[in-house]
Ligand binder design. Structure first.
Ligand SMILES: N[C@H](CCC[C@H](N)C(=O)O)C(=O)O
Length: 269
């Protein structure tokens, strides 16, 4: 079977997007892993499957490069919205997301954040204190769910953190039964922070939309930045806006690189 796909990225966080609306495709973790493989497959951080939805323009399923299926991906949400015209409601496992075209690219209402949840039994309410946990120099993280689970560490210089070593230790720590996305952030000023992310199931990425949402909200809750805040990731900038009781608003670019075809058999399917 021939598979059509779109290669896209959000600030270098790259995706293979398969539109299953025309020709339904059965994608499981093994196939996602094979397609995401940068040597034997097409290569991407996440594989994105678009499907029909009875209550939205489209449904979007998200598979990390390791084949794990997850419920939110901010950068991919902007890419899918752009692919289907810019204005879109997108149904995900984390809920119904609304996207619109703006001069900054694509804006997405990412839903309201949640603090403390079943995946992190030790999670404290955000206004009290960070979790009483530490991994070498990284300590007292803040836990937040923005459709997927994140911990956020505020550090003096996020570029100096050995995230390629500490990231997997934290991601796979048993305190996080669903694993975790790991964010290390440095406040620049009240309108700007820098961020690097070790993503659950994908490793170091050039950008993480939900990580920017998670970090921006916690920095606002801690009174460290105003809303909106510019989040500078290795791949570029996102704008994050939020106020208590409201949906997080993420704005940034979405890039279509090329479209292609591949035989499913090439991935061992
Ligand atoms: N690694 C994430 C999914 C992708 C998130 C990221 N690529 C984004 O743009 O939000 C997780 O396992 O929850």
């Amino acid at each position: 079977m021939t598979l059509r796909f779109h290669k896209m990225h959000g600030l270098g966080n790259d995706f293979v997007v398969v539109d299953g609306r025309e020709a339904p495709v059965a994608i499981d973790g093994a196939l996602a892993r094979a397609m995401a493989d940068r040597h034997r497959g097409i290569g991407c951080d996440q594989l994105i499957l678009i499907e029909e939805s009875p209550h939205a323009d489209v449904a979007m399923r998200i598979f990390n490069a390791d084949g794990s299926e997850v419920s939110a991906c901010g950068n991919a949400t902007r890419c899918v919205a752009q692919l289907i015209g810019g204005e879109a409601t997108i149904s995900t496992a984390a809920g119904l997301l609304h996207a619109s075209r703006t001069e900054g690219g694509i804006s997405v209402d990412m839903g309201e954040p949640r603090f403390g949840w079943e995946d992190i039994p030790l999670a404290f309410a955000m206004h009290s204190a960070g979790l009483p946990l530490a991994w070498e120099t990284l300590e007292k993280p803040w836990a937040i769910n923005v459709g997927n689970p994140h911990v956020v560490f505020f550090v003096e210089d996020c570029d100096a953190v050995p995230l390629e070593r500490l990231g997997p230790l934290i991601e796979h720590d048993p305190v996080f039964p669903e694993r975790i996305n790991v964010n290390v952030a440095t406040i620049v000023d009240r309108g700007h922070l820098r961020l690097r992310v070790w993503e659950r199931g994908a490793g170091l990425t050039r950008a993480c939309g939900t990580g920017a949402c998670a970090t921006g909200v916690i920095a606002m809750l801690q009174g460290l930045v105003d809303s909106p805040v510019t989040v500078s990731l290795p791949g570029g900038d996102l704008s994050i806006g939020w106020a208590k009781g409201e949906s997080i608003r993420m704005t940034g670019p979405a890039t279509h690189v090329f479209s292609g075809e591949a035989e499913l058999a090439a991935f061992g399917a």
